[in-house]
Write a protein that binds this ligand. Structure first.
Ligand SMILES: Cc1ncc(COP(=O)(O)O)c(C=O)c1O
Length: 408
């Protein structure tokens, strides 16, 4: 049966404004990162109230760069949440850090700060939080721990452009914040991301390493020749000029990469940024309508929304109680999909139970709340700005009918 409410591959449909912005950029003399991406960076930084923003190819590359500029290395321990898209942990794995999984709060699905402190050891270097699904983590508690134990903080803000915690935008609390503009996200450039920081040094470091340069401590060379040759006048390339004039102290340097967003993506991003509040308001309105309808159904609980952390509903999560209904989560989802035509997703498989992490010794029982919620209770309904009122009502009635049928 065709879906009555499919899971859309795009968060909001792009229109004429994005098309016009693209056409305008196509006339530029540069299509790689140039004036449009720089303008996008300034506007994004201003919008969220941060000093520096770096437009990147994705949130994944922003997270990789964050781990690099924070100098996370083999043997360092990083504490994070099991309730995330696994890529949050990839940069730490790639740098051979040891990952320790805290547990989550049952009603927000965010990392539970109370479960972080017991995991802190002498080797702990950083906490990586994920503002899950569109609602900010309890940042006061996380930052208090970071200060107490002198830890770095990375904020994975893939789900939260436009979300605040106590009137301050997420991504501006920790050392580095990483955003995603992939197609499903609340604002999109197709693929894309943004690294943000208030730290001048980290920004300088990220800007260098994110754009193919190397980074390390340098000193002036005394003899500025290479073999018999002096620096030729035609070398206008900064990198080649360095070769004549500077040496790395101890020969140590970090290798850069090309993580630059193109001006084409940035043109779309600038328009999407202008529409962000409107699109987030639309998602909030849809979610509140779903909440109203669903909370009256026995066996269904909706997500908690803290008044000081307004939810922007990148995901619409809700909770099903198999004990109350008398049927498993699998049976419930099967009914919603096969009888009601509502496409359900379950985000995300607990990261510590992935084969990669089990191979490293992680096991079932490590994060009881995340495990129980994933296997028994939590799931997501489709949410995107082009849902119709009929589709929203169909989801509410579909859930009601599924519960009635399964509990009969
Ligand atoms: C929590 C989280 N972090 C990071 C990412 C990676 O984002 P990107 O696709 O921009 O690399 C995602 C993508 O869905 C995500 O959900």
């Amino acid at each position: 049966m065709p879906w009555k409410v499919p899971y859309s591959g795009i968060s909001n449909r792009l229109g004429l404004e994005e098309a016009e912005a693209l056409v305008h950029v196509l006339g530029q003399d540069i299509l790689m990162k140039g004036p449009t991406a720089q303008q996008f960076e300034r506007e994004f930084a201003e919008r969220i109230g941060v000093k520096h923003a770096l437009a990147m190819t994705s949130c994944t590359t922003a997270l990789f760069l964050a781990a690099q500029i924070l100098k996370l290395q083999a043997g360092d321990e990083v504490i994070t949440t099991p309730q995330t898209f696994w890529v949050t942990t990839w940069p730490m794995l790639a740098r051979k850090c040891k990952i320790r999984f805290a547990d989550i709060e049952p009603n927000t699905l965010n990392i539970d700060p109370n479960t972080i402190e017991p995991l802190i050891t002498e080797k702990t270097k950083a906490i990586c939080v994920v503002h899950f699904g569109g609602q900010a983590v309890e940042m006061d508690a996380v930052m208090a721990l970071a200060q107490k134990y002198n830890l770095r903080v990375i904020e994975d803000c893939a789900h939260t452009p436009g979300a605040c915690y106590k009137n301050r935008h997420v991504g501006t609390f920790g050392d580095v914040g990483c955003f995603s503009f992939q197609s499903l996200k609340n604002m999109t450039t197709g693929e894309g991301g943004m690294l943000v920081t208030n730290d001048d040094k980290l920004y300088e470091y990220a800007a260098r390493l994110g754009t193919l340069h190397m980074h390390g401590e340098m000193m002036e060379r005394t003899d500025k020749r290479i073999g018999p040759y002096r620096e030729p006048e035609y070398y206008r390339d900064w990198h080649a000029q360095n070769a004549f004039n500077l040496d790395y102290v101890d020969g140590q340097f970090e290798v850069g990469n090309n993580f630059r967003m193109s001006d084409l993506q940035a043109a779309v991003g600038r328009v999407q940024l202008r529409k962000l509040d409107q699109n987030n308001d639309r998602r909030r309105a849809i979610a509140h309508r779903l909440n109203e309808g669903l909370r009256a159904i026995p066996g269904i609980t909706v997500q908690a929304e803290r008044p000081y952390a307004p939810h922007i509903y990148h995901l619409y999560s809700f909770f099903y109680d198999p004990q109350v209904v008398g049927a498993s989560k699998d049976e419930f989802i099967r009914h919603l999909e096969q009888v009601e035509g509502i496409q359900i997703v379950v985000r995300f498989f607990p990261v510590h139970l992935l084969a990669e992490f089990r191979a490293l010794g992680h096991q079932y029982g490590e994060c009881p709340v995340a495990e129980r919620l994933y296997f028994e209770n939590q799931m997501q309904l489709p949410i995107y700005s082009h849902l119709t009122d009929e589709q929203i009502d169909h989801m509410i009635q579909g859930v009601r009918r599924a519960v009635e049928k399964l509990s009969a």
